[in-house]
Structures are given as C-alpha cells and as structure tokens.
Design a protein around this ligand. Structure first.
Ligand SMILES: [Zn+2]
Ligand SMILES: [Zn+2]
Length: 282
C-alpha cells in the first residue's frame, strides 16, 4: 500500500452547478499533486423531469465523449476516473434512466446519492416545510424530515444498477433551518445501523464528503460519530471527496479528514476504478 492524494467525486461545467471546466479542474488537480482524481457529474433525473434540464441534466453523450479524451491525455500523469453521481429517487422512471446511464456509458465509478425529496432539492428548503389543512406554511419537525431522508438512503442501497460509493449521508443537514442541524448517530442509531450494516454487507464504499459549505465548524457528510460506529461494526471502506465544483475546492479539508479517519482507526482510503477497489494508505 502506498500514500497518494485522492479526490474522488468532483464536478465541472458539465454539471448544471459546476463553475470550472473539466480541463481546468484536471489541470489544477494535477498541479496540486492528486494521484487519483474522480469526476462524477450530476445525473438527477427526478429534477430533470420536474424542473427541466437547467437543474438535473448533464449531457451524457457530450460528457463521456469529451472526458474519455481528456482521460487519455492524462494517462501516465494522473489517474483520471470518469464517473457519475446518480441521484436516487424511488420513481421507477428515474431508476430506469440511471440504469441506462450505467449500462450505456460504463462509468469508471458510480456515486449513489440523494439530493431530493419528491423531486425538490433540500437546498430549496421545500422538503423542510409543509402546509397545514388551513393552508399555513409551517416547518416540519427535524426528527420527521431526517427519518424520512434516512429511509430514502436505506432504499437507495438496494438499487438494481451497479454503484460503488454511498454519497454524502447527511446532506439535508447542510441546508436545514433547525438550530441544531446535526443528523447525529445518537439520535438516529437504529436507522444508521441498518444503513451501515447494508453498506458493509454489500461491500460498498462510505463517502466522507468535505463540502460543508459555509459551516463554521469542521463537519463532514457522513459525520464523525457515524464513521466511528461504521468502524466499530467492521466497516473499513471509505472514500474522500472534496465534491469540488470549482478549482479552488479541490482537496479541500483533506488533511483534516485524513486526521479524523486515522483517529478513528482507519488506515486506508478506498478508490473505486472499473470494479477494482484500490487501497491507498493514509
Ligand atoms: Zn451530491
Ligand atoms: Zn457531488
């Protein structure tokens, strides 16, 4: 096992919310010394169906064509992995489209993640609110919203298409309007145990995502308390993701993440590449 810089799960302007181009992202990653760089553009078909291309859709044909060329250009220089971030939804139309992406384009790795509740991104605040019978808009209780999200995460693990990484568990807490936003292990132990046990049983990789936009303290998705429980249950496969959408965020907080992982007991990060799981020492 060798030490390398890894950053698996990043975006570019192929994604609707990307800022830097893929060429710029790869160039910066190489300059920063990244050895394994994973691109995973957004495919959120529930958003696409509900709100149009501006929200969910990467043009798969253009993306894979262009990205595969760039991947060749970097051969022998940096391991570039061309992947996808597939937004999960229980909607059968979404599952079918996700399956088609995996089968048609054979991405080097797949991140299975959740951004939406009923085709509304948690970012929009809509999943946190509801209308009373009198039509008054009120805040939903945290416990209810988070339990519903964790049930979705649990369902997402059973999709029929191949995936490698379970992306950013805890994502709603980034945007939650609650005073205490944390989706802690203590509060949702039963739900987390079910999820973590399934991740281990299915031999998947649990993502440690450092994109805690704006949070003053150091928070990762999934959180440290949950990672501790995962380790205790025998889970060893974790990945590091900056989830960068612009060049300046590549490798963000990687040192802190590695420190945290080492403190828990982890000795390596797992990099998925075309079905092979590469162990990289930390
Ligand atoms: Zn995501
Ligand atoms: Zn992402």
């Amino acid at each position: 096992m060798q030490k390398f810089l890894t950053d698996v799960h990043n975006h570019s302007t192929f994604s609707f919310d990307g800022v830097s181009t893929l060429s710029q992202m790869l160039q910066t990653a190489q300059t920063k010394g990244v050895a394994f760089y994973g691109v995973s553009e957004h495919f959120d078909f529930d958003m696409l169906f509900a709100h149009g291309r501006a929200h969910g859709g990467t043009n798969a044909e253009e993306y894979f064509h262009f990205a595969r060329h760039l991947q060749e250009d970097y051969e022998g220089v940096m391991n570039v992995m061309i992947g996808v971030e597939l937004g999960f939804s229980p909607d059968p139309r979404v599952l079918k489209r996700n399956q088609e992406i995996v089968e048609k384009y054979r991405p080097d790795f797949v991140v299975n993640s959740i951004h939406c509740l009923r085709a509304e991104d948690y970012y929009s605040q809509i999943p946190f609110r509801e209308k009373t019978c009198e039509g008054v808009d009120i805040l939903r209780p945290k416990k209810e919203v988070y339990k519903e999200y964790l049930a979705l995460v649990r369902n997402s693990l059973d999709v029929s298409y191949d995936y490698d990484i379970v992306g950013h568990i805890g994502y709603p807490s980034r945007y939650a309007p609650y005073k205490d936003k944390k989706m802690s292990y203590a509060e949702f132990a039963k739900e987390y145990d079910d999820i973590l046990g399934t991740v281990i049983a299915k031999n998947k990789i649990l993502e440690v995502n450092a994109s805690n936009n704006g949070a003053s303290e150091f928070v990762t998705f999934v959180g440290e308390d949950v990672l501790r429980r995962y380790y205790e249950m025998g889970g060893r496969q974790v990945s590091y993701a900056s989830d960068a959408h612009s060049t300046d965020s590549i490798l963000r907080k990687r040192d802190e993440v590695v420190e945290m992982l080492k403190n828990i007991g982890f000795t390596y990060i797992t990099v998925p590449r075309r079905g092979e799981y590469i162990k990289v020492e930390i």
